[in-house]
Design a protein around this ligand. Structure first.
Ligand SMILES: [Zn+2]
Length: 473
């Protein structure tokens, strides 16, 4: 996984839309932000992958979360050229000064404004105001501390009217922004640099989180109405989604809500004839004769092809197939027709599509060892070929793993937790660790804990960090 990317959060500062034209304008603007980022020279040098998710605030304003992965490592001294957390000088750039002072100032909160919505338990939940610092510092928790120079050294400041009082605002209250994006879109656009896998996981979760849900109950306030049946769970509670009128119209028009590049393809993993089958009495026999095709069964079909595509596929690991072949609606792997041409196989192209083989519960031991072989072995024509090592056919996947030396030091649990550390949430990794402890009897459970305690506890640490408290480790 690449370790550096930029997070962009955009909130439109226009009034709620009323007409179809205004909605379409909003959609064009939000889509343009992600397109424009790719066109700006500054970002073109950096951009490799991106992920966009649109959300709505409770009062209805749409906003977008965009993650931009960088091709090359961004050096700490380069951060200031892309992201600023200071009030611009109005004598050199009045427009940027106006945009930043209107859109990019947090609060103020704290003592001058205790009723600010960011305040909880007498503290700002966003940790404002920040400290003055003369340089941008990249720190260990994944986010840098941006350069915010002191007004005493001639830096900019201005006054803002809060609750009928004039409050002095300096660089400590600036939300980090990109001067280029702010000037282009004249909107609240928060840009942050992230440089740790841990922060990437948190932001991916944030970008992909589900809609807000609420448990609610509808009551008839009419005193003459028949009494509510308190035993009927449906009348008592309903799970509902909060949708503002803005979001409803956005969805009715079918506007884009999510975008991700490159595509990520999930690859099935199951034992022979172990794929999910849905059937009725009428279709049972047909399903038994023609079991459903999966990415795995069709991987074997692809390897069995007599042409050059088949020969090429036999050199690939299962997880490498989606780079060269696309999973068609007809449930077959089709050679890609776009991307970088492959010299060794005329007519085939390589894309940057990512593949993820589904994780397997460690209790399903047969499937766990099959998965271990699939990520290590090429050139299989059938399920049983995966169990063949140096010409010898083994009865179980575990025996084949042993013959290949994949289980020699018993570190498969370590590898599994390392892999899950990259793409699972801490609570999922803790559950996985508990399953390994209780059902797989690893030889060195304490070493496993030592190696993976960071990924298992990062949500707890994150919570403490967000609430400003420190805990001893
Ligand atoms: Zn605050």
């Amino acid at each position: 996984m690449r370790e550096e990317f930029v997070k962009v959060g955009i909130l439109l500062n226009e009034d709620s839309c009323q007409t179809q034209e205004e909605f379409i304008e909003e959609e064009i603007l939000l889509n343009e932000v992600s397109c424009q980022i790719q066109q700006f020279k500054q970002f073109q040098l950096l951009l490799n992958e991106n992920s966009v998710k649109l959300e709505w605030q409770k009062r209805g304003l749409p906003h977008a979360h965009i993650l931009v992965w960088l091709i090359d490592k961004l050096r700490p001294e380069e951060i200031d050229s892309i992201i600023s957390a200071e009030i611009p000088d109005p004598s050199t750039d009045q427009l940027l000064f106006d945009i930043v002072t209107t859109n990019m100032i947090h609060g103020p909160c704290g003592n001058p404004n205790r009723s600010s919505s960011c305040m909880a338990d007498g503290k700002c939940t966003k940790s404002f105001s920040k400290h003055f610092t003369n340089y941008t510092i990249t720190n260990v928790v994944g986010y840098p501390i941006y350069c915010r120079r002191n007004t005493d050294n001639g830096e900019q400041s201005f006054t803002k009217n809060v609750n009928n009082a004039e409050i002095g605002i300096d660089n400590r209250w600036v939300v980090p922004y990109s001067p280029l994006l702010s000037k282009t879109f004249n909107a609240h656009i928060n840009v942050e640099f992230c440089s740790s896998v841990k922060s990437i996981k948190y932001l991916c979760k944030y970008v992909n989180k589900v809609s807000d849900m609420v448990a609610f109950r509808i009551e008839n306030t009419n005193v003459n109405a028949p009494p509510v049946n308190n035993n009927n769970e449906i009348t008592l509670y309903q799970i509902g989604r909060y949708i503002s009128s803005n979001e409803a119209v956005w969805r009715i028009f079918g506007f884009q809500i999510h975008e991700r590049d490159p595509a990520v393809i999930h690859l099935a993993v199951h034992l022979e004839n172990g794929q999910f089958v849905f059937f009725t009495n009428e279709t049972a026999i047909d399903r038994a004769i023609n079991p459903p095709k999966t990415t795995l069964t069709e991987f074997f079909v692809l390897c069995n092809r007599a042409d050059t595509f088949g020969a090429f596929a036999r050199k690939l690991l299962y997880s490498e197939v989606p780079q060269y072949f696309t999973w068609a609606q007809t449930k077959i792997w089709m050679p890609r027709k776009q991307g970088t041409p492959i010299e060794a196989c005329p007519g085939l192209f390589k894309s940057k599509t990512l593949a993820r083989v589904f994780t397997v519960n460690p209790r399903q031991t047969g499937c766990v060892y099959l998965r271990l072989l699939l990520v290590n072995v090429t050139s299989s024509f059938l399920f049983k070929d995966i169990r063949k090592v140096n010409g010898q056919q083994y009865l179980t996947y575990k025996d084949a793993c042993l013959a290949l030396g994949l289980l020699e030091d018993g570190n498969q649990w370590d590898c599994m937790l390392t892999e899950s550390g990259l793409n699972c949430r801490a609570i999922q990794i803790r559950l996985l660790y508990a399953i390994v402890l209780s059902t797989c009897f690893p030889a060195r459970s304490d070493t496993l804990w030592d190696n993976h305690k960071d990924s298992m506890t990062e949500d707890i640490l994150h919570r403490h960090r967000t609430h400003g408290s420190t805990i001893k480790r």
